[in-house]
Design a protein around this ligand. Structure first.
Ligand SMILES: *Cc1c(COP(=O)(O)O)cnc(C)c1O
Length: 360
């Protein structure tokens, strides 16, 4: 069979491991809470399941546009922000072109770039796990079509500050598309963090990506959205698989947007829990990047597989990146106790001077 060699060399997307009955699945940054009250009812009521959805998600775009002070044409809805990433990359980059992004970052990026026929340029994170924006800007050349900035960065949990982002945008050529992936922005508590929704109109080459999968707890329904210039969004619309955002997903998103107070309450509980977990880890002797998503990052490096076994033996299914580190989602309170028992065992077993351990 004649298949594309670069596709044959690309491993299929690896999903976070399923958990055994008595274990906690903290491997996919899912929300431990169910959808917000009334959302499931709205999905059922959306009901004409024999009919195709509204292809342009007009009602949802209108609600989002109203909320963020833009026109509905400046909003584009996709079946998850991964689908949106794929559309923007495909619309902008093909054979001979490059897409620049930090590494380690979201695992979906390399595959999406390859499928588009383009090449990845991965720029190593700084020692603290944060994007090295200077190096990313320096990696842009005449072949570059897209730059992806992920904040908070999955899996290292670090943010890009508004100041650094502005300085970065000054260095990016105006004809290079910048995708600001803000899948976890609702969990951010650091006031210095960039917020793409406050930058509307400032950078015509900037597209901001958001999702209902994480804070809103709708990962299973697949809906995300993009905000940016109409001409760029139109290109993504042209690259989209038509009708892939279902009506139940659109209805769930609209119902969720009407429940701001409930959302904030939930997000707040998770962010507070995250901060307390991080403090406890610091007390155990870990070095942990400032966590601004709904997950924490332990840079276990060469000890990752052994460390992951310890977490598994405590009933914690985390996401291990061999040779790099372990990402653990903030989930149920009971899971967090087990997590801290496991992490205490692991930190004690790390060699002195290990980068995930505090000095002294
Ligand atoms: C989870 C995640 C997404 C979005 O996922 P969808 O479910 O496709 O909306 C996008 N970017 C990053 C960095 C993520 O972690």
């Amino acid at each position: 069979m004649k298949l594309r060699p670069e596709i044959l060399a690309t491993p299929p997307y690896r999903q976070g491991k399923a958990a055994a009955d008595d274990a906690f699945k903290l491997s996919s940054n899912e929300n431990p809470f169910p959808p917000l009250p009334g959302v499931v009812e709205a999905v059922v009521a959306s009901g004409a399941f024999n009919r195709y959805p509204d292809a342009s998600a007009a009602a949802l775009r209108e609600v989002l546009a109203e909320k963020h002070g833009v026109s509905p044409e400046e909003i584009h809805v996709g079946s998850g922000s991964v689908a949106l990433l794929s559309q923007f990359i495909t619309a902008a980059a093909g054979p001979g072109d490059t897409v620049v992004y930090a590494w380690r970052s979201f695992e979906a990026y390399p595959g999406l770039v390859t499928v588009a026929g383009a090449e990845s340029v991965q720029v190593p994170n700084r020692g603290d796990g944060a994007h090295d924006l200077d190096a990313i800007a320096a990696a842009i050349d005449e072949r570059t079509r897209v730059v992806i900035v992920c904040t908070p960065n999955n899996p290292t949990s670090t943010i890009v500050t508004a100041r650094d982002f502005d300085a970065f945008m000054e260095r990016v050529p105006a004809d290079v598309l910048v995708l600001l992936d803000e899948a976890y922005s609702e969990f951010v508590t650091n006031p210095d963090a960039v917020n793409g929704l406050t930058l509307t109109g400032r950078y015509p080459n900037l597209v901001v990506l958001r999702t209902f999968s994480k804070a809103y707890g709708l990962a299973g329904l697949r809906v995300g959205w993009a905000l940016g210039s109409v001409n760029i969004l139109d290109a993504a619309r042209a690259a989209a698989i038509p009708l892939s955002v279902t009506q139940p997903a659109q209805s769930a998103a609209i119902a969720s947007l009407g429940l701001e107070a409930e959302l904030l309450e939930r997000v707040d509980r998770l962010s507070v829990l995250r901060d307390s977990i991080r403090s406890a880890l610091l007390e155990q002797g870990w070095r942990v990047p400032d966590a601004q998503g709904n997950f924490i990052w332990l840079a276990t490096g060469d000890e990752t597989l052994e460390a992951n076994e310890v977490f598994l033996s405590h009933g914690i299914v985390a996401r291990a990146f061999p040779g790099s580190g372990i990402r653990i989602s903030i989930g149920e309170e009971e899971a967090m106790e087990k997590l801290l028992q496991a992490s205490a065992d692991v930190v004690g077993s790390l060699p002195a001077g290990h980068p995930a351990r505090q000095l002294g």
